[in-house]
Design a protein around this ligand. Structure first.
Ligand code: B12
Length: 214
């Protein structure tokens, strides 16, 4: 039964059946079936990997990419409050945004929700965030870490620009930088001067937890 509902969630997205996908998410939220929110979020993420492959292979076009993104966003918005339910006292502040030119926010939002559920005070800077807005957030909120999300190879140079600007404004040693998103790798993080790369939201949350106790 639990597998059935996760299949419905995943297949609903892959068949672009909004109603079936939302119904599966609502059923999980109501607790009709014992499935954790993490399993549900993972199922949506798995489906989006397949969406990306279909788009890359030319099997799906932009319209399908856009619509599947809308369904995924609606479902993630439904599931997110459950991830937050475990929030306890603040483990520290982290500011996160998607770099300039990039409008993808599903992964960033999942990281925000995971970290919130681990007790972090998360500041969401949004999408298409210009360099100076990241810098201003560091000055204003003095976060433990600055997170940047990037899914496009065309926008990954933005990460290096933000890190350089932090240095220029004497802020680089005041904040840890963590990056994530499909366009990035560990090697990229090292070359850009970030402190860490996280391949997923759970790893990202583990990393900031280590920084928080250090
Ligand atoms: C959904 C989607 C869209 C949606 C986005 C909806 C939204 N609100 O986010 C829409 C339709 C808008 C879209 C648009 C485009 N997209 Co798009 N999109 C995708 C798709 C299918 C899924 C992305 C996603 O949400 N994945 C699920 C999430 C959960 O995964 P994630 O983002 O990787 O996040 C996880 C980790 O990476 C990590 N993480 C992410 N960020 C961060 C940040 C921190 C700090 C931490 C710690 C962790 C972390 O945690 C998350 C959870 O574990 C990908 C395919 C793919 N394989 O990624 C293509 C993809 C990213 N898109 C692509 C392209 C080309 C585009 C467009 C240029 C298409 C076009 N021709 O217009 C536009 C660009 C628009 C823009 N300027 O940004 C390409 C990018 C290719 C490249 N190498 O540059 C991809 C890879 C598809 C492909 N295979 O070709 N897209």
């Amino acid at each position: 039964m639990a597998n059935g509902i996760l299949e419905q969630l995943k297949n609903g997205l892959l068949e672009l059946d909004r109603d079936s996908t939302v119904e599966a998410a609502n059923s999980i939220i109501r607790g009709d079936i014992s499935v954790s929110v993490k399993e549900a979020v993972d199922a949506v993420s798995d489906a989006l990997q397949i969406v990306g492959k279909r788009f890359q292979d030319g099997d799906w076009f932009l319209a399908e990419l856009v619509y599947s993104g809308e369904i995924a966003k609606e479902v993630m918005n439904l599931l997110s409050p459950l991830l937050e339910a475990g929030a306890t006292e603040s483990a520290g502040t982290v500011a996160v945004g998607t770099v300039a030119g990039d409008l993808h926010d599903l992964g960033k939002n999942i990281f925000i929700n995971y970290a919130k559920s681990a007790g972090f005070n998360m500041i969401d800077l949004g999408i298409d965030v210009p360099t100076q807005k990241f810098i201003d957030a560091v000055r204003e909120h003095k976060p433990l870490a600055l997170g940047m999300s990037c899914l496009l190879t065309s926008t990954d140079p933005e990460i290096g620009k933000v890190i350089e600007e932090l240095g220029r404004q004497n802020l680089r040693d005041k904040v840890k930088v963590i990056i994530g998103g499909a366009a990035l790798t560990e090697q990229f993080a090292q070359a850009a001067g970030a402190d860490a790369f996280a391949p997923d939201a759970v790893t990202g949350t583990d990393i900031i937890k280590q920084w928080s106790v250090a």
